[in-house]
Every structure is written in structure tokens, then in C-alpha cells.
Design a protein around this ligand. Structure first.
Ligand code: AP5
Ligand code: MG
Length: 209
């Protein structure tokens, strides 16, 4: 069992990192151990595509090509999910935000609700290992965007459109960057240490009126 972070709750956390960095793997573990929802923008988008909703039809070509879907759609789908009651006492975001516009929209919403984002943990993994990990998953999960050429493009999109967000969160004093290379358990322990270093989340979890 991984050691829980202080205060038995994880608070409002973003797991940040490149495609293949391990956000989903570590996010599932954290969500289970702290009893909060894992809100993964990619999963929400893939679900919309699979269920053939109008949103799914609109976003499909972006996801299949490995491009970011437009900010307003990503923001809408994630903020809608964040408004559900199970996210009142904490959540783990995976894959969102990915642009400065998304980060600001998230901050604005959470500030308006009096429950700001508390911690951002970045998983750092060298590009060659990201490529290997995605290649290892291709064909297992059936993700259309795990094809080698699309995966390369996703990595490029991360570098050009998303990576610089670490500066935004560093400036807010809520970022911890950790080495994402190693076994899943080793990385999990580093995340737990990072959560301790960042300090406990708000003692009194906010409730929505
Ligand atoms: P999304 O679903 O978010 O995918 P991603 O960011 O590209 O990341 P992955 O899911 O590929 O990797 P991960 O970090 O979750 O790693 P995982 O744990 O799976 O986005 C998909 C698309 O949706 C985007 O391209 C875009 O089109 C759209 N989208 C999503 N969010 C958006 C947004 N906010 N705005 C606009 N568009 C958006 O691990 C990967 C593999 O490595 C697995 O096989 C795993 O088993 C393995 N692994 C994990 N940890 C380790 C380890 N420590 N050692 C070895 N292997 C490991
Ligand atoms: Mg993922």
C-alpha cells in the first residue's frame, strides 16, 4: 500500500506531464487511495466519441490526429465534470489543463467557488522512454492516437503548447516536478513525497453551496 499524504485527503490536484508520462497510471492509484474522482480529459473525450454525442463527433478528428481539441470544448467538458458532487472534496485532474487558456479558465472557476487548485505534480520522463511506453500500449488499449506517427505528433504538441504551463504553476508556488522514470511503485513513492513537500491541502475541504 502506498503511504497516504498527510491529512488523509489529496485535495485539488493536477497531475501534469507529457503523453505516456504515467498520469493515468498514477492518477488511478491516487484516486483509489484517497477516494476522490480521477478526472481525465482524454477519457472524457474518448467516451464522448464512443457514445456518438455531438461533442464526440466534433472532437474526434482532433483526438485522432493527436491535436488538442479547442479550448472552449475541453474547458466545457472538464468544468462540467468538476461540478459534480463527488468532486466537492477533492479531485485529481489528468490531462487538463493543457494550455494557458485552460489553466486560467480552471483557476477562474475554482476561485469563484472559493476552492482554488492546491497542488500540481509534474511527472518528467525523457522522450525516448515516452515513445517506448506509448508503443508498448499501442494495440492493447485500442487508442487510435497511439499509432507511432500520431504519438510523435502528440509529443510535439506537448512540447509546443503545454510544457510551458509548468512556469505558470511554478509562479503560483504549487508545482512539484518529479522524476517519472522507474517502476510504478517507485514513481508513486516520489509523488507521495512531493505531496508532503508541497504541504497539506486545505484543512477544511470546501463544500459547494
Ligand atoms: P490524453 O488521454 O490526456 O493522453 P496523453 O496526455 O497523450 O497521455 P497518455 O494517456 O498517453 O499518457 P499518460 O500520461 O496517461 O500515461 P499512462 O499512465 O497511460 O489525451 C488524448 C487526446 O485527447 C489528446 O491528444 C487531445 O487530442 C485530447 N485532449 C485531452 N485532453 C485535452 C485538453 N485538456 N485539451 C485539448 N485536448 C485534449 O502510461 C502510458 C503507458 O506507460 C502505459 O502503457 C502504462 O502502463 C505505462 N507506464 C506507466 N507508468 C510506467 C512506469 N513507471 N514505467 C513503465 N511504464 C509505465
Ligand atoms: Mg492518460
Amino acid at each position: 500500500m502506498p503511504t497516504p499524504a498527510p491529512n488523509d485527503h489529496v485535495g485539488r490536484l493536477v497531475l501534469f506531464g507529457a503523453p505516456g508520462a504515467g498520469k493515468g497510471t498514477q492518477g488511478r492509484r491516487l484516486a483509489e487511495s484517497f477516494g476522490v474522482p480521477l478526472i481525465a480529459s482524454g477519457d472524457l473525450l474518448r467516451r464522448a466519441i464512443q457514445s456518438g454525442t455531438p461533442l464526440g463527433t466534433t472532437v474526434r478528428r482532433f483526438v485522432d490526429a493527436g491535436d488538442l481539441v479547442p479550448d472552449e470544448l475541453a474547458v466545457e467538458i472538464v468544468l462540467d465534470r468538476l461540478g459534480q458532487p463527488d468532486a466537492n472534496d477533492g479531485f485529481i485532474l489528468d490531462g487538463f489543463p493543457r494550455t494557458l487558456g485552460q489553466a486560467r479558465a480552471l483557476d477562474d472557476r475554482l476561485a469563484a467557488e472559493g476552492r482554488p487548485l492546491e497542488r500540481v505534480v509534474e511527472l518528467r520522463v525523457p522522450t525516448d522512454q515516452l515513445v517506448d511506453r506509448i508503443a508498448g500500449r499501442a494495440g492493447i488499449d485500442g487508442r487510435s492516437d497511439d499509432r507511432a506517427d500520431v504519438a510523435q505528433h502528440r509529443l510535439q504538441v506537448y512540447l509546443t503548447q503545454t510544457a510551458a504551463l509548468t512556469e505558470y504553476y511554478r509562479a503560483h508556488g504549487i508545482l512539484a516536478s518529479i522524476d517519472g522514470v522507474g517502476t510504478v511503485d517507485e514513481v508513486a513513492h516520489r509523488i507521495d513525497d512531493a505531496l508532503r513537500r508541497l504541504g497539506p491541502p486545505d484543512e477544511a475541504p470546501a463544500t459547494l453551496s
